[in-house]
Design a protein around this ligand. Sequence first.
Ligand code: M6R
Length: 605
Amino acid sequence: MCGIVAATSNRDISQDLVRMLRCLDYRGYDSAGISVFGADNTIDLRKKAGPLSDLEELLAEKPVMGHSGIGHTRWATHGAPSDENAHPHMSSDGRVSVVHNGIIENYRDLINDLEAVGVECVSQTDSEVLAHIVSLFLKANPGASGKDIVKHLCRKVSGAYAIAILRTDKPDEVIGIRHQCPMNFVCTDGLAAISSDISSLIEYSRDIQVLKDGQAVVMTPNHHDVFDLEGNPGSSVHVVADWSVDKVEKDGFDHFLRKEISQEPEALAAFIKSAASNGEDLQAFLAERDIRKVVFLACGSASYSGVFGSIFARHLGLPMDISSEIGSEFRYLPPHVDKHTLMVAVSQSGETADSIGALEHAKSAGASVLAFVNVVGSSIDRLADMSVRLAAGPEVAVPSTKAVVNQFAASSLIISLLADKSPNSVTLWAQKCGQLAEAIAAIIAREDELITIAEKVAGHQSSFALGRGLDFAVSQEMALKLKETAYMHCEPMFAGEFKHGSISLIEYGMPVFCFVSDKSVRRKSISNIEEIKARGAQPVIFDASLEEDPDLKALGDYFNIPALGDPWSSIALLAVTHLVAYHSGLLRNTNVDRPRNLAKSVTVE
Ligand code: M6R
């Protein structure tokens, strides 16, 4: 993962680098650093393990100033998060500094080559080699151009990378290289800047240049030169960013996570409004295609919306092959995909590398791609044939909540439209979905009851989450949210499958979350709860009935939400999973907004 930035100007850019990095925090928060070409004609480096705020403190103590520089936020892949492994990395002679996003796959061979000529790496990263390779090249080829450096470097390294380079022999020049990791740039009057994400460039210009895969750019304050990795001239893609970057504040909440859960009703209402106004376009998009197969494609929580959508399609008896696929597997063991396939790529960030890879594969096989994205202008938004905007607003907490609710709602929309092609189907969907927002608000208002449940489960390291039909997708969300938010192990399972082995793990008092909102399998679900109760488990039952069910209530902890019917009750139950996980995390003293080892957007394979 990681986020990289670079800038060159006629004025000091050190604060610009830090400001740009703030927008990239979601790409990694293990460590951060900047290096600038300073007044004494050397490269000044500041880097620190920990969140960006730690780097800011360091810079307050030991400021740097310079007209050109590069910066990085890290999500560690090779080498632990430490000061030493933080980027930028420097060449041994101090003449070259680099930042890297991605993975250099042949870095061990490159380290061996460097050691053979007496160059030692001081970090455990796969990235440091880049600085040494450039420095050796410049030593052997004094006066080499930025283009020469790019050609040399890219011939030597393999893997996925976005790289920015600063060097002392051309101090007003920064180099950006894109190979399978995003990179964008702007050139304004007297300032040129590079970033992994458009959001950090908007303050300079809305005229964004997106480097194509396999391109590089060499920039000075007033000039830029784009070429491919062999040095042939090329042109980047011009995009006008017509959105603004919202200010992100906690607004009185203790955590972004809690704020974002509280925003679920309004975020859903915004999505319904946006979807309803774009409904005709979406229907036209579907009508123009001879769709015989639908593949939902996503990772993590986003993928559960695909599971949900494919099960909803079965509820409606849609005579079509509808499946849900995981981004990281798709390219390597692809299902059959052709021009009759609609891939529905679901992604909050729109930058998930596994999903992008799968999307590109599907497109090359002739499939149409519809994206459900929250971040406008993100890679998936741009790559898709059409995008449905999730309209959840910015999500800052790493555990995704309000966007997940909207992803489920978007899945219900697309399945509804495939099942009913009549002109008023979007309106019908919007009416049914509208009650959902109220139901979620009612759940959030009952937070105290969910805190009581969290208090009962938070002491347990291990649990199960069971659901049949539509509820299986909800149990998946329960499990993942407990893992990432509360560091509690929870395994999601189809409730009926549990008795085929996993039930052996039940011990007296073990919490088992049971979701029973799917009416089509209610009786079966209840039998499954009886089975685990008989073996000593502590069922925590989430129901969606018109009235509380006394039989279910007798079986364990019980929380009933307003009955909305299938599939809407299952979507409403997502709010329950989010609040239970949030409060379990608080009780276990975890960092609920920034869980360990994670990043908001997973931009490496
Ligand atoms: O940005 P995306 O929706 O593509 O992200 C997909 C997953 O990485 C994401 O849902 C992840 O599982 C979250 N941490 C879930 O809370």
